[in-house]
Design a protein around this ligand. Structure first.
Ligand code: SAM
Length: 192
């Protein structure tokens, strides 16, 4: 495990992950019924496994890491798929009603391209929910220093920056703080 991964894991031990899941569950339920959900950078499928049972739809867990994807508990409603680190996502236009990304975007190189891909892959009226570490918070600045020290190319977006990035991609964006370090950015694709 990388040092940054260790620091992230320490963070998770002192902050209840359940808070994030509750926030995501409530926002997804407000958009029900959902036919197709993408968990971008979904890793082992932790988020999909926690949220899918209470919500409708088919969940695609997409990640660059095949070892994490091998641990996804497969079910008729949850399917893992490996994706490239950058570049177009392997999904047709307007494939998903919702795209989730939990603690992923700071790892993604040239993430503006990913935001544009999210917009392309969303159906009109569809929703992006991106949970991120606030690069402007004390803990976020510490994580950024650890990443720089370890020469790990991470970008910790401030809430306003990520909202601006989503708007630039063509989504109507809002942000809400979850705890001292994390926030959720919500982007909605216009109907027309
Ligand atoms: C901190 S983990 C979060 C995993 C999962 N979202 C969760 O909350 O359990 C970050 C994940 O981002 C994935 N990742 C890193 N770079 C990525 C990229 N360019 N595109 C998609 N996923 C990526 C990693 O493989 C890893 O599974």
């Amino acid at each position: 495990m990388t040092l940054l991964g260790l620091v992230e894991r320490l963070y998770y031990t002192v902050h209840r992950r359940g808070d994030v899941l509750s926030v995501l569950r409530a926002r997804l339920a407000a958009r029900a019924p959902l036919r197709d959900v993408l968990d971008f950078g979904g890793g082992t499928g932790r988020v999909a496994a926690a949220l899918a049972p209470g919500l409708e739809g088919t969940w695609t867990v997409a990640d660059v890491d095949s070892e994490s994807l091998a641990r996804v508990t497969k079910s008729p409603r949850i399917r893992p798929i490996q994706i490239p680190e950058r570049g177009p996502l392997p999904f047709p236009d307007a494939s998903f009603d919702a795209i989730l990304s939990v603690d992923v975007l700071h790892h993604v190189p040239a993430a503006e391209g990913t935001l544009a891909e999210w917009k392309r892959c969303l159906r009109p009226g569809g929703l992006v929910l991106a949970v991120e570490f606030d690069g402007g918070s004390g803990a976020g600045r510490f994580l950024a220093r650890v990443a720089r020290w370890r020469r790990q190319p991470c970008r910790f977006w401030r809430p306003g920056e990520l909202a601006g990035g989503l708007e630039h991609a063509g989504l109507a964006a809002t942000t809400e703080r979850i705890d001292a370090l994390r926030y959720v950015a919500e982007g909605t694709k216009p109907i027309s």
